[in-house]
Design a binder for this molecule. Structure first.
Ligand SMILES: CC(C)(COP(=O)(O)OP(=O)(O)OC[C@H]1O[C@@H](n2cnc3c(N)ncnc32)[C@H](O)[C@@H]1OP(=O)(O)O)[C@@H](O)C(=O)NCCC(=O)NCCS
Length: 187
Protein backbone atom coordinates (compact mmCIF):
# COMPACT_ATOMS: atom_id res chain seq x y z
CA UNK A 1 0.00 0.00 0.00
CA UNK A 2 1.37 3.35 -1.02
CA UNK A 3 1.22 6.25 1.42
CA UNK A 4 0.72 9.66 -0.17
CA UNK A 5 2.07 12.67 1.70
CA UNK A 6 0.88 16.24 1.20
CA UNK A 7 2.06 19.44 2.86
CA UNK A 8 -0.94 20.83 4.74
CA UNK A 9 0.08 24.42 3.94
CA UNK A 10 -0.66 23.74 0.27
CA UNK A 11 -3.26 21.01 0.64
CA UNK A 12 -5.71 21.34 -2.26
CA UNK A 13 -9.33 21.92 -1.24
CA UNK A 14 -10.42 18.70 -2.95
CA UNK A 15 -8.11 16.56 -0.79
CA UNK A 16 -8.94 18.53 2.36
CA UNK A 17 -12.63 17.79 1.75
CA UNK A 18 -11.98 14.09 1.13
CA UNK A 19 -10.02 13.83 4.39
CA UNK A 20 -12.70 15.83 6.23
CA UNK A 21 -15.35 13.41 4.93
CA UNK A 22 -13.32 10.46 6.21
CA UNK A 23 -12.94 12.13 9.63
CA UNK A 24 -16.70 12.74 9.84
CA UNK A 25 -17.40 9.10 8.96
CA UNK A 26 -14.95 7.93 11.65
CA UNK A 27 -16.24 10.29 14.36
CA UNK A 28 -19.96 10.54 13.49
CA UNK A 29 -20.99 11.56 17.03
CA UNK A 30 -18.89 14.72 16.86
CA UNK A 31 -20.79 17.91 16.08
CA UNK A 32 -18.06 18.86 13.59
CA UNK A 33 -19.32 19.00 10.03
CA UNK A 34 -17.25 18.31 6.92
CA UNK A 35 -16.85 22.07 6.50
CA UNK A 36 -15.53 22.46 10.05
CA UNK A 37 -13.20 19.44 9.74
CA UNK A 38 -11.94 20.85 6.44
CA UNK A 39 -11.22 24.25 7.94
CA UNK A 40 -9.56 22.80 11.05
CA UNK A 41 -7.35 20.53 8.96
CA UNK A 42 -6.11 23.41 6.82
CA UNK A 43 -5.59 25.52 9.95
CA UNK A 44 -2.92 23.03 11.08
CA UNK A 45 -0.75 24.59 8.37
CA UNK A 46 -1.37 28.22 9.33
CA UNK A 47 1.51 30.42 10.50
CA UNK A 48 4.07 27.64 10.30
CA UNK A 49 7.56 29.12 10.58
CA UNK A 50 9.69 26.06 11.33
CA UNK A 51 11.99 23.90 9.26
CA UNK A 52 10.73 22.72 5.87
CA UNK A 53 11.58 19.11 6.73
CA UNK A 54 9.26 19.31 9.73
CA UNK A 55 6.37 21.07 7.98
CA UNK A 56 2.83 19.92 8.84
CA UNK A 57 1.59 17.19 6.52
CA UNK A 58 -1.20 14.76 5.84
CA UNK A 59 -0.41 11.13 5.08
CA UNK A 60 -3.06 8.91 3.55
CA UNK A 61 -3.86 5.75 1.64
CA UNK A 62 -6.16 5.82 -1.35
CA UNK A 63 -7.88 2.79 -2.82
CA UNK A 64 -10.40 2.74 -5.68
CA UNK A 65 -10.38 6.52 -5.63
CA UNK A 66 -11.27 6.79 -1.92
CA UNK A 67 -9.09 7.97 0.93
CA UNK A 68 -9.44 5.09 3.42
CA UNK A 69 -6.75 5.78 6.05
CA UNK A 70 -5.17 8.99 7.30
CA UNK A 71 -2.74 10.50 9.81
CA UNK A 72 -1.55 14.09 10.20
CA UNK A 73 1.79 15.30 11.54
CA UNK A 74 1.74 18.56 13.42
CA UNK A 75 5.16 19.96 14.36
CA UNK A 76 5.05 21.54 17.81
CA UNK A 77 7.76 23.16 19.88
CA UNK A 78 7.28 21.98 23.44
CA UNK A 79 9.04 23.08 26.59
CA UNK A 80 10.64 20.33 28.67
CA UNK A 81 12.97 20.10 31.66
CA UNK A 82 15.73 19.35 29.13
CA UNK A 83 14.95 22.39 26.96
CA UNK A 84 12.77 23.03 23.92
CA UNK A 85 12.05 20.19 21.55
CA UNK A 86 10.18 20.05 18.23
CA UNK A 87 8.03 16.95 18.33
CA UNK A 88 5.91 15.29 15.66
CA UNK A 89 2.39 15.78 16.97
CA UNK A 90 0.30 12.90 15.69
CA UNK A 91 -3.36 13.67 15.08
CA UNK A 92 -6.42 12.64 13.02
CA UNK A 93 -5.33 9.01 12.83
CA UNK A 94 -8.10 6.91 11.37
CA UNK A 95 -9.10 4.09 9.07
CA UNK A 96 -12.50 4.05 7.36
CA UNK A 97 -14.81 1.88 9.50
CA UNK A 98 -15.34 -0.74 6.77
CA UNK A 99 -11.58 -1.01 6.08
CA UNK A 100 -10.31 -1.76 9.59
CA UNK A 101 -8.14 -4.75 10.40
CA UNK A 102 -6.28 -4.64 7.07
CA UNK A 103 -3.14 -3.07 8.52
CA UNK A 104 -3.86 0.36 7.03
CA UNK A 105 -3.75 2.23 10.33
CA UNK A 106 -0.41 0.61 11.02
CA UNK A 107 0.93 1.67 7.62
CA UNK A 108 0.02 5.36 8.00
CA UNK A 109 1.24 5.58 11.61
CA UNK A 110 4.48 3.80 10.72
CA UNK A 111 4.98 6.37 7.97
CA UNK A 112 4.75 9.11 10.60
CA UNK A 113 7.04 7.26 13.03
CA UNK A 114 9.51 6.89 10.16
CA UNK A 115 10.00 10.67 10.46
CA UNK A 116 11.30 9.99 13.97
CA UNK A 117 13.36 6.95 12.96
CA UNK A 118 15.08 9.01 10.23
CA UNK A 119 15.91 11.84 12.64
CA UNK A 120 13.51 14.46 11.25
CA UNK A 121 11.93 14.66 14.73
CA UNK A 122 13.35 13.41 18.06
CA UNK A 123 9.98 12.04 19.22
CA UNK A 124 6.32 11.82 18.32
CA UNK A 125 3.85 12.89 21.03
CA UNK A 126 0.12 12.28 20.97
CA UNK A 127 -3.04 11.52 22.91
CA UNK A 128 -5.22 8.47 22.54
CA UNK A 129 -7.85 6.42 24.32
CA UNK A 130 -7.42 3.39 26.55
CA UNK A 131 -9.07 1.36 23.79
CA UNK A 132 -6.60 2.34 21.04
CA UNK A 133 -3.48 2.46 23.24
CA UNK A 134 -2.51 -1.19 22.46
CA UNK A 135 -2.53 -0.36 18.74
CA UNK A 136 0.23 2.21 19.35
CA UNK A 137 2.09 0.03 21.84
CA UNK A 138 2.44 -2.61 19.13
CA UNK A 139 4.12 0.03 16.99
CA UNK A 140 6.67 0.86 19.69
CA UNK A 141 5.04 3.80 21.46
CA UNK A 142 4.77 4.07 25.23
CA UNK A 143 2.69 5.96 27.80
CA UNK A 144 4.23 9.06 29.38
CA UNK A 145 3.39 10.19 32.88
CA UNK A 146 4.69 13.79 32.69
CA UNK A 147 2.30 16.53 33.83
CA UNK A 148 1.28 18.46 30.69
CA UNK A 149 0.34 22.12 30.59
CA UNK A 150 -0.29 24.90 28.08
CA UNK A 151 1.45 28.01 29.42
CA UNK A 152 -0.12 30.15 26.68
CA UNK A 153 -3.56 29.65 28.12
CA UNK A 154 -4.61 32.04 30.84
CA UNK A 155 -6.03 30.31 33.88
CA UNK A 156 -4.54 27.08 32.60
CA UNK A 157 -5.52 24.11 34.66
CA UNK A 158 -4.98 20.50 33.75
CA UNK A 159 -3.76 18.97 30.55
CA UNK A 160 -4.56 20.61 27.22
CA UNK A 161 -5.21 17.10 25.86
CA UNK A 162 -8.72 15.68 26.27
CA UNK A 163 -7.99 11.98 25.82
CA UNK A 164 -6.59 10.20 28.87
CA UNK A 165 -3.64 8.31 27.41
CA UNK A 166 -0.62 10.39 26.40
CA UNK A 167 2.03 8.54 24.42
CA UNK A 168 5.39 9.07 22.83
CA UNK A 169 7.31 7.25 20.15
CA UNK A 170 9.77 5.69 20.44
CA UNK A 171 9.36 4.00 23.81
CA UNK A 172 13.17 4.03 24.06
CA UNK A 173 15.41 7.11 24.08
CA UNK A 174 16.08 9.98 26.38
CA UNK A 175 12.63 11.34 27.16
CA UNK A 176 12.82 14.06 29.84
CA UNK A 177 11.04 13.79 33.16
CA UNK A 178 9.05 16.64 34.68
CA UNK A 179 6.49 18.99 33.23
CA UNK A 180 5.82 19.25 29.47
CA UNK A 181 4.59 22.63 28.21
CA UNK A 182 2.61 22.13 25.01
CA UNK A 183 2.62 25.92 24.40
CA UNK A 184 -0.71 25.71 22.68
CA UNK A 185 -3.88 23.66 22.68
CA UNK A 186 -4.06 19.88 22.53
CA UNK A 187 -4.34 18.24 19.14
C1 LIG B 1 -7.23 2.83 15.60
C2 LIG B 1 -7.41 2.59 14.11
C3 LIG B 1 -6.78 3.73 13.34
C4 LIG B 1 -6.75 1.26 13.75
O1 LIG B 1 -6.83 1.15 12.35
P1 LIG B 1 -6.78 -0.27 11.57
O2 LIG B 1 -6.47 0.06 10.16
O3 LIG B 1 -7.98 -1.07 11.85
O4 LIG B 1 -5.55 -0.94 12.31
P2 LIG B 1 -4.58 -2.04 11.71
O5 LIG B 1 -5.38 -3.01 10.89
O6 LIG B 1 -3.44 -1.38 11.05
O7 LIG B 1 -4.07 -2.76 13.03
C5 LIG B 1 -2.72 -2.95 13.30
C6 LIG B 1 -2.59 -3.80 14.54
O8 LIG B 1 -3.17 -3.12 15.66
C7 LIG B 1 -4.21 -3.90 16.23
N1 LIG B 1 -5.28 -3.01 16.63
C8 LIG B 1 -5.99 -2.17 15.88
N2 LIG B 1 -6.88 -1.48 16.62
C9 LIG B 1 -6.71 -1.92 17.88
C10 LIG B 1 -7.32 -1.62 19.12
N3 LIG B 1 -8.30 -0.72 19.22
N4 LIG B 1 -6.89 -2.28 20.23
C11 LIG B 1 -5.91 -3.22 20.15
N5 LIG B 1 -5.28 -3.53 19.01
C12 LIG B 1 -5.69 -2.90 17.90
C13 LIG B 1 -4.65 -4.82 15.11
O9 LIG B 1 -5.25 -5.99 15.63
C14 LIG B 1 -3.35 -5.11 14.43
O10 LIG B 1 -2.61 -6.05 15.18
P3 LIG B 1 -1.83 -7.29 14.47
O11 LIG B 1 -0.75 -6.64 13.65
O12 LIG B 1 -1.31 -8.07 15.62
O13 LIG B 1 -2.86 -7.97 13.65
C15 LIG B 1 -8.92 2.47 13.75
O14 LIG B 1 -9.52 1.50 14.58
C16 LIG B 1 -9.73 3.74 13.86
O15 LIG B 1 -9.79 4.52 12.91
N6 LIG B 1 -10.37 3.98 15.03
C17 LIG B 1 -11.23 5.11 15.23
C18 LIG B 1 -10.48 6.41 15.29
C19 LIG B 1 -9.45 6.42 16.39
O16 LIG B 1 -9.69 6.07 17.52
N7 LIG B 1 -8.24 6.86 16.01
C20 LIG B 1 -7.12 6.98 16.91
C21 LIG B 1 -7.12 8.32 17.52
S1 LIG B 1 -5.68 8.51 18.58
Amino acid sequence: MQVETLDIRTLPNAQATEIAELLVSVWPKSVKTVAVRHEQLLALGDHYAGLEAQAPRSLFIRENGQIIAHAAVLPRTIGTAAGDMVIAGLTRVCTAPEQRGRGLGEIVVRAVFELVDDGTFPFSLFQTTLEVRPFYEKLGATIIENPIINSLEKDAHGSPFWDKEIMRYPGSGNWPGGEIDLRGPGY
